[in-house]
Design a protein. Structure first.
Length: 317
């Protein structure tokens, strides 16, 4: 956030205005693109295209009292009244807001006092062969709000209470991030031998990683949506997921996955034991998960729904 420069945004809006004046719809996504669109609208006035913001989430650090009321996300203190004023003003002038989840839409409505509709994203589907599902796995950026440390704590408990699982299953973590070094040190200090940090792997290798998991564990704190559960479900892999944020909008507890309180270690270990002890349950969850993705969360279905919503909101035909 050190590079915030509203004067540059204004200049960019001036530059973009003549390039965008003949479009029917302007569709910004992440910060600060919707602020650029706002400056385009100021420049063009009544000649401006309809601006429809696809909001993945409001800028968290400006609205922590709404986006992180329990202090889960570990952000450092940040106060920029000028940026917050600009952000509020820009959103007030956007014509329509579409969000990636009802959770995000609720936050938008609380922060900006604006109605927001919902269009869930979809995923690209890449088939792969079934693999031996031996280990529990996680795909994530390794930051504190992704809650990876709970996995380490869970494996400590499993070592004590279910040594058979501890000895027969590893926990493999794909991803990188600022918290990686601290967590690797923690794993070493407490002597957990079956957690493996796999680092970054290319997208082309992810399908096999998903398909070879006994379950994918995905327990971030107040995640607005998150594609990882959908990608796992497509490969018939059961999901153990957080019951917070937008995740319950795609994972149906007991049907396509197991939803848990992400801060309670015991419910995580219980869910892992259920998957380990009951292969039939794991298969049923995985099969139902794939069906749900194919029915509701493909890229094609997302594009079709979003296009219809754009036309409906803007009046463009």
């Amino acid at each position: 956030m050190r590079d915030v420069n509203p004067k540059e945004w204004l200049a960019l809006g001036e530059d973009l205005a003549p390039k965008l004046k003949d479009f029917d719809i302007i569709n910004p996504h992440n910060f600060p693109s919707y602020i650029w669109a706002y400056y385009v609208k100021l420049r063009l006035g009544e000649r401006s295209s309809a601006i429809i913001w696809y909001c993945h989430e409001p800028l968290r650090i400006l609205y922590r009292e709404i986006t992180d009321p329990k202090g889960f996300r570990f952000y450092s203190k940040y106060n920029n009244p000028e940026l917050k004023t600009i952000d509020m003003k820009a959103v007030s002038q956007i014509d329509h807001i579409v969000c990636n989840s009802r959770f995000t839409a609720n936050n938008v409505e609380k922060i900006f006092n604006r109605a927001a509709s919902v269009c869930h994203p979809g995923i690209n589907m890449v088939e792969t062969q079934d693999c031996d599902r031996k280990n529990f796995r996680m795909v994530t950026r390794i930051y504190r709000e992704k809650n990876v440390e709970r996995i380490i704590n869970a494996m400590v408990l499993i070592r004590e209470t279910r040594p058979d699982i501890y000895e027969n299953c590893s926990f493999e973590i794909v991803g990188e991030g600022a918290d990686e070094g601290r967590l690797k040190t923690l794993v070493k200090d407490i002597g957990i031998s079956n957690i493996k940090f796999c680092g970054f792997i290319p997208d082309k290798e992810l399908p096999a990683f998903y398909a070879g998991a006994k379950a994918i564990v995905y327990i971030p704190l107040d995640e607005p949506f998150g594609l990882v559960p959908l990608e796992a479900m497509f490969h018939k892999t059961p999901v153990i997921a957080s019951n917070q944020g937008g995740i319950p909008e795609k994972v149906i507890n007991g049907v396509t996955g197991i939803l848990i309180d992400p801060v309670v270690i015991e419910v995580l270990t219980d869910a892992m034991q259920r998957i380990y002890d009951n292969p039939q349950l794991a298969n049923e969850l995985g099969t139902a998960g794939r069906t749900r993705v194919l029915e509701r969360f493909t890229v094609d279905s997302f594009i079709n729904k979003l296009e219809k919503k754009f036309f409906s909101l803007s009046g463009v035909k």
